[in-house]
Design a protein around this ligand. Structure first.
Ligand code: AMP
Length: 550
């Protein structure tokens, strides 16, 4: 089929913003295509020649593309640059440049979709000596035969900015409409394979039955299951019956595939980052069976065994050069939490079974571990709360609460996987008293009674906070408490209102135990606010307004 026919579709899609119209246009077009062209169009309509997770890319810089456009239209690079600047986009510039082109092509034959698709793919395979010349000659072969509108969309495809306002969702709907298939079935197939070319082809050739047979394949990433914020703990655990509660690590989610001898690592957005993490590839190769599998985990960066912020991992993952140096400077730790495929697909099995199998197959090391977990049932709520406190004390983000009986549903953000973080919302509170610690904290004031400013500037208590304090902070605070002590009775101490702490928490609850009439769930000390004075202490009024907005 002629490329111009696809280009006409691009133009129609660009001229409407209505989703239903776009779906209709694509759906009518798909029905006209044969198998091979259909799978190519499934990608081209997204402005791609490879699925988004593939590490293949066209890889043509703007400069090179402009050079090819200049040669194809018989003008200079400077003129092409000027035109791109004036028009704001290479595609629009091409319309003008190709209309005025001085170079005429004789014996030109029309471009076909197949030829364009294969030529663009060829570009990604060229490297090494003289690669620039070879790339230019492929681009020239395409551009010299192109009409102005063809040149517009060709160049935009090369720069991966098609600008026709079509995303995966519209194409999925169009496939469903074109081949009369339930949208949900198309969506599931896409979530599992992330290859619209394949999905459209199977939809046409085998219909919904074929799509339902599509499944996970190690080597091809799957959209991860996502989390939402948890309602109150007791409520949610009661609803789930049995939960798997795990530390929530603040790093980057990895989906790790083994397909025969090949190990590939994808991010949550399905980017292939295998090359940035050679030590993870090695760990996986050494400590998991040499079977085909897909596992998920969170990778964090550490320093002296302590987690560093998420930014540090991001740098590691984005790194393209000097990787050996980075491995030394930013050691990584991986915590595995799910198994999606082991010899066969596992996603339809309940989480509890997937986790059991995962535990069986991983030979753990300090760098490669399973996420820290406890079972959550209505009887074990205190253990879940203890896991939360431990996770925060170890500088992690909080906990995940996952329904143990549920399958893995790719791409779903729902009630089956929840996150409970110490909320970023904080209040500045003043320390009014404390309790001497026991055990490891025997020499410290381990727990701090904090309060807010009421009417008449009287401070009123709201909670005890004992989390988020490392030894150095405990030592500092204990010393200050001695300094400001008013009275002491048993392990309890009262102090003058002097120390201001910034406190994070997950929820405000009503409580008759404290003078404000409220208390906090999971209060955590974020900072000692030496920079603030008593006037800065937050008010009970603000607390009540936050409570009402919860
Ligand atoms: P959020 O990004 O805040 O929606 O939280 C969900 C993310 O937490 C996941 O996508 C993972 O990257 C991350 N995470 C950290 N630890 C875990 C864990 N034990 N189980 C699942 N996800 C985790």
């Amino acid at each position: 089929m002629k490329y111009q026919e696809l280009v006409n579709i691009y133009s129609q899609l660009e001229s409407t913003t209505k989703r239903l119209e776009k779906t209709e246009i694509i759906s009518n077009f798909l029905k006209k295509l044969d198998g091979e062209t259909l799978s190519e169009v499934g990608l081209l309509i997204l402005g791609k020649v490879y699925p988004s997770w593939s590490d293949e890319e066209i890889g043509i810089g703007n400069k090179l593309l402009m050079k090819a456009v200049a040669e194809a239209t018989g003008t200079t690079i400077e003129k092409v640059e000027d035109s791109v600047r004036d028009e704001g986009d290479i595609g629009l510039a091409c319309i003008k440049l190709f209309k005025n082109k001085t170079q005429q092509t004789f014996f030109s034959k029309p471009l076909t979709i197949d030829f364009v698709f294969n030529s663009l793919r060829k570009l990604s395979t060229i490297s090494g000596n003289k690669s620039t010349n070879r790339k230019i000659s492929i681009l020239l072969e395409l551009l010299s035969q192109a009409s102005p509108t063809e040149a517009k969309y060709l160049t935009r495809t090369v720069t991966e900015e098609l600008r026709i306002g079509v995303g995966e969702g519209v194409i999925r709907d169009a496939i469903a409409q074109a081949f009369n298939i339930d949208k949900k079935i198309v969506e599931r197939a896409q979530m599992l394979t992330n290859d619209l070319g394949l999905v459209s082809l199977v939809a046409m050739e085998e219909g919904s039955e074929g799509l339902e047979k599509l499944n996970l394949k190690p080597g091809k990433p799957v959209k991860p299951m996502l989390a939402q914020l948890s309602p109150p703990l007791t409520e949610i655990i009661e609803e789930m019956g049995l939960a798997i509660c795990e530390t929530k690590y603040d790093g980057i989610r990895l989906q790790i595939h083994r397909n025969n001898d090949e190990i590939t690592i994808f991010t949550r957005r399905l980017e292939n980052i295998t090359n940035a993490l050679p030590e993870i590839v090695e760990l996986i190769d050494e400590h998991l069976p040499h079977e085909n599998f897909i596992i998920e985990g969170e990778v964090i960066a550490t320093e002296n065994g302590k987690p560093l912020s998420f930014q540090n991992v991001l740098h590691r993952v984005r790194r393209k050069y000097n990787i050996d140096e980075a491995i030394e400077n930013v050691p990584l730790k991986l915590f595995l939490f799910d198994l999606l495929f082991y010899k066969t697909p596992m996603i339809d099995e309940p989480l509890i079974e997937r986790r059991k199998k995962l535990t069986e197959i991983v030979d753990t090391t300090p760098e490669l571990n399973l996420s820290n977990m406890v079972y959550g049932t209505p009887e074990t709520i205190p253990e879940v709360e203890a896991l939360f406190e431990l996770s925060i004390n170890e500088h992690h983000e909080g906990i995940m609460i996952k329904d143990a009986n549920e399958p893995y549903i790719p791409g779903l953000r729902g009630k089956k996987m929840l996150k409970w973080k110490a909320e970023p919302e904080t209040l500045d509170m003043v320390v009014l008293g404390g309790i001497h610690g026991i055990g490891k904290r025997a020499n410290f004031i381990g727990s701090y009674l904090v309060g807010l400013r009421g009417e008449d500037d009287q401070f009123k208590t709201i909670a005890y906070v004992a989390t988020g304090l490392d030894d150095a902070t405990l030592e500092y605070l204990t010393k200050k408490m001695e300094e400001y002590k008013i009275s002491e009775k048993g392990r309890d101490i009262t102090v003058e209102p002097k120390i201001i702490l910034e406190i994070a928490f997950s929820e405000i609850v009503k409580s008759p135990e404290y003078e404000t009439g409220y208390s906090l769930r999971f209060p955590v000390v974020k900072n000692i606010r030496k920079d603030k004075g008593l006037n800065d202490v937050d008010t009970v009024e603000r607390l009540i307004s936050m409570y009402n907005n919860q």
